[in-house]
Ligand binder design. Structure first.
Ligand code: 6XA
Ligand code: ZN
Length: 343
C-alpha cells in the first residue's frame, strides 16, 4: 500500500486553542504525522510518496469558494491588522445575531468561517492545509488508477470542516475532497466511513443532500462529546441524501466489543449501499490512552478493524484524522493498515 506524506505539515505548528477554561497548546501537533510516517516506514507497508501537485478545484466544489479564499488569506489579514500569535475567532454569528452581515475585520471573519476556537491559523497553516488536501487527492488518484488501497497522512485533519466553516483542528475536508475526486474519476457510489472518536460533522454536512456519497459515523455521543451539536442517531440525510447518512453514537467508556458491533452495522450498511469505493476517515482517538477522547479500544484491536474493512472487498482510501496519544499513534495506524493488507 502506498502512503502519501508531505513534510509541509510541520509548518502548522506552535498554535494555541481554546480549551475548557484555558488557552492551551494544541493537541494536534506535528509529531503526530512524523510518528505515523516513521511507523509506516519501519513496518514496510509500501512506498511513501509525496503528494502530486493539485489545484484547488476539488476544494472549491466541496467548499464555498469564498471560504477557500478566506483560508488562503486568513494569516495575511491577521498580521495586516496588526495581530500576532494564533489567529483565533472572537465572535460567532450564532442565533439571534445576523447571519447575513459579513464583516471585514479579521477577528470577526474568523468567526464567520468557523464554528469553534479549535482551528487557529499560524504563518504556515495554509501551506500545511494545502499539502494535507493534496495528499488526500493523491491517495484517491492512486486508488482510482487501480491500487487496492492508499493511505494519506493528512495533517491537519479535515472531517470537522464543513462547506463554509473550519473547526476542531480542521480547515479543508480532506476525506470529502477525496470522495469527490473519486466521483469525478468515474466512481458512481462512494462510501465515507468515519471511525474517529468525534463525529465528522463537516463530512455529514457536505454530503447531507447527496445520494451518491454514503456517510457513516461511529463516534462519542454528542450529548457529552465534541462536536456536541451534530451526530445524533436520527440524522439520516434529506432529499436525495435521505437514508445516505448513518450515525452510530456510543457512550463514553465504550470498549471494543460494543464498538466492533457498531462497525459491523456500518459495514453492512455500506454493503447495502453497494459502494464502488470507500474512503475511511481514519481517526485513532478511539484508543484507550487518548488524552481528549473516551472510548477504550486497545492497540491489539486495530488490526481487526483493518481486517473487517478489507472484507468489504472494495478499493479503499485511508485518510488520517485525529489521534493524540502520540506515542501509540504510529503503531495503531499501522495496526489498521496491516490488518487491512493481511485481511
Ligand atoms: C476540541 C477539538 C476536539 C476534537 C478534535 C478531533 N478543541 N476531531 O480529534 O476528530
Ligand atoms: Zn477526533
Amino acid at each position: 500500500m502506498k502512503t502519501v506524506f508531505s513534510p509541509l505539515h510541520a509548518l502548522h505548528a506552535g498554535h494555541v486553542e481554546l480549551g475548557a477554561g484555558v488557552i492551551e497548546p494544541g493537541y494536534e501537533v506535528p509529531e503526530r504525522a512524523d510518528i505515523v510516517r516513521a511507523h509506516v516506514s519501519a513496518a514496510g507497508l509500501g512506498p511513501i510518496v509525496p503528494p502530486t501537485s493539485q489545484s484547488l478545484d476539488v476544494a472549491r466544489s466541496i467548499h464555498a469558494s469564498d471560504y477557500v479564499d478566506f483560508l488562503a488569506d486568513a494569516w495575511n489579514l491577521w498580521t495586516t491588522e496588526g495581530y500576532s500569535g494564533s489567529a483565533l475567532p472572537m465572535v460567532w454569528p450564532t442565533r439571534p445575531l445576523r447571519g447575513d452581515l459579513r464583516p471585514r475585520a479579521i477577528r470577526a471573519l474568523l468567526g464567520w468561517y468557523s464554528f469553534d476556537g479549535g482551528a487557529p491559523f499560524v504563518a504556515g497553516t495554509w501551506d500545511a492545509v494545502r499539502a494535507s488536501y493534496a495528499s488526500a487527492l493523491t491517495a484517491a488518484d492512486i486508488v482510482a488508477h487501480g491500487d487496492r488501497a492508499a493511505f494519506s497522512i493528512s495533517r491537519p485533519p479535515g472531517h470537522h470542516a464543513g462547506r463554509r466553516m473550519a473547526g476542531g483542528y480542521c480547515y479543508l475536508n480532506n476525506a470529502a475532497c477525496a470522495a469527490q475526486r473519486l466521483r469525478d474519476g468515474g466512481a458512481t457510489r462512494v462510501a465515507v466511513l468515519d471511525v474517529d472518536f468525534h463525529h465528522g460533522n463537516g463530512t455529514q454536512e457536505i454530503f447531507w443532500h447527496r445520494g451518491d456519497v454514503f456517510v457513516a459515523n461511529i463516534h462519542g455521543d454528542p450529548a457529552s462529546e465534541y462536536p456536541f451539536f451534530l451526530g445524533a442517531a436520527d440524522e439520516i440525510g434529506v432529499g436525495e441524501g435521505e437514508g445516505a447518512n448513518l450515525n452510530l453514537p456510543l457512550p463514553p467508556g465504550t470498549d471494543f466489543t460494543v464498538w466492533n458491533a457498531a462497525l459491523e452495522s456500518a459495514c453492512r450498511a455500506i454493503e447495502q449501499f453497494r459502494a464502488d469505493v470507500i474512503v475511511v476517515s481514519l481517526g485513532l482517538d478511539t484508543f484507550v490512552g487518548d488524552p481528549i477522547s473516551h472510548f477504550r479500544l486497545e492497540s491489539q484491536d486495530y488490526p481487526r478493524v483493518g481486517a473487517r474493512l478489507a472484507a468489504l472487498g472494495r478499493p479503499t482510501v485511508f485518510v488520517l484524522e485525529g489521534g493524540y496519544a502520540v506515542d501509540a499513534l504510529g503503531a495503531n495506524v499501522v495496526g489498521v493498515l496491516s490488518g487491512f493488507l493481511d485481511g
